[in-house]
Design a protein around this ligand. Structure first.
Ligand code: BMA
Length: 364
């Protein structure tokens, strides 16, 4: 049986036993459907995602229909990741030199094909003018909140973000649902919103300000919001800065394989997050990962799949393949040494790619 057919049955069972709703009471019809379908699907399989999958890959940039993953296994990733850093400056190119109008058009195509889209935002530091990685001030988050010296500049950033999000519509006018994942990896301290750079209260206030502005002030109702930490060891640590069930739809974490102990840490984080998701009726995911795939060529099955298989996770997304640096690619590309193992990963009943999920019509 094709993977998708089994999951259609899961969806039907689910439809009969509950009607959970996204955090946004006004979420659009397609967004509500996506939320419910992702909730149902996470017990049946784990989608594979790739950051910037359709924009560029090793040795190419903007080539219609191309994807490194597709060239290896014959199918697109199920989840497409996109990045909006520098949108807040009013630039036409992102921090990764990608045109925002390309992001808009390819994200729209992905939606029409049945993909799930998720957006990250490495926004610049509004207080110092530095990058997202500028951690020279521990006052940045405080300065953005109401009454702070950079509040109005930050509202301008949010305004530019809102304008872009509102432009994500099909030719027929339907708003395209997106899983939005700002202020990520905040259990680490390498972004200006990180753990040692602001109090828990200020971090949560930043989230509330953002969601309230987008949802209530700008009337944006096609987003699911992802709370996404970096590594953590306990449930308490994971939830320390969780801004609230009324704001968050997905509980996720980022974790890269940086050497010994990775499978244990990954397994522990996945166990905690999937349990929290179950209790809160939220979606669970590994929102970013990547391993030493050029060296450890069976990483896909021996590490990633083996570790994550026991858990109910909606997806695992690997980070981007820079077009000019094969050693930094987190997904395989044509001729990659991990190809044989990636094919096993792709064929495994647990993993879902576009051909598995498109027939499920996740937005209906
Ligand atoms: C990081 C790196 C950076 C990139 C950023 C946003 O993890 O890949 O090179 O600018 O993500 O995509």
């Amino acid at each position: 049986m094709r993977k998708g057919i089994a999951f259609a049955a899961v969806l039907m069972v689910f439809a009969a036993c509950g009607r959970p709703h996204p955090a946004d009471p006004g979420a659009t019809r397609e967004t509500v459907k996506l939320y419910r379908n992702l909730l149902a699907l996470q017990s049946g399989g784990m989608m594979f995602g790739h950051q910037d999958a359709l924009l560029y890959g090793y040795g190419w940039f903007y080539e219609e229909g191309r994807s490194d993953v597709k060239e290896v296994c014959g199918d697109y990733p199920a989840v497409c990741g996109w990045e909006l850093g520098h949108l807040e400056l009013g630039d036409s190119l992102s921090l990764d030199s990608v045109r925002f109008d390309k992001i808009r058009s390819l994200l729209t195509e992905a939606f029409l094909r049945g993909n799930v889209n998720t957006i990250s935002w490495h926004l610049r530091n509004p207080l110092t003018g530095g990058s997202a990685w500028d951690v020279t001030s521990a006052e940045t988050v405080r300065s953005l909140l109401p009454g702070g010296e950079k509040h109005s500049l930050f509202m301008d950033y949010l305004d530019k973000l809102a304008g872009f999000l509102l432009s994500l519509r099909t030719p027929g006018g339907t708003f395209i649902p997106v899983v939005f994942r700002p202020y990520h990896e905040h259990t680490g301290s390498w972004f200006w919103w990180g753990r040692n750079l602001c109090t828990a209260d200020d971090y949560m206030a930043l989230w509330r300000l953002t969601v309230t502005y987008l949802r209530e002030t700008r009337g944006i109702h096609h987003l699911l919001y992802a709370y996404s930490t970096d590594r953590f060891t306990t449930r308490e640590e994971y939830l320390e800065r969780y801004p609230g069930d009324d704001l968050i739809d997905m509980v996720a974490f980022d974790l890269y394989d940086r050497g010994p102990g990775f499978p244990e840490t990954l397994g522990n984080c996945a166990a905690i997050v999937s349990q929290i998701a179950k209790e809160k009726k939220k979606i669970a995911a590994v929102s970013e990962t990547g391993g030493p795939i050029a060296r450890q060529t069976d990483w896909w099955t021996a590490v990633l799949l083996k570790t994550l298989e026991p858990f109910d996770l909606s997806w695992v997304l690997v980070w981007r393949n820079p077009h000019n640096n094969p050693a930094a690619a987190f997904a395989p590309f044509k001729g990659h040494p991990s190809t044989a193992d990636f094919l096993l990963f792709h064929d495994h009943p647990e993993t879902l790619f576009l051909k598995d999920i498109a027939p499920l019509k996740l937005y209906r």
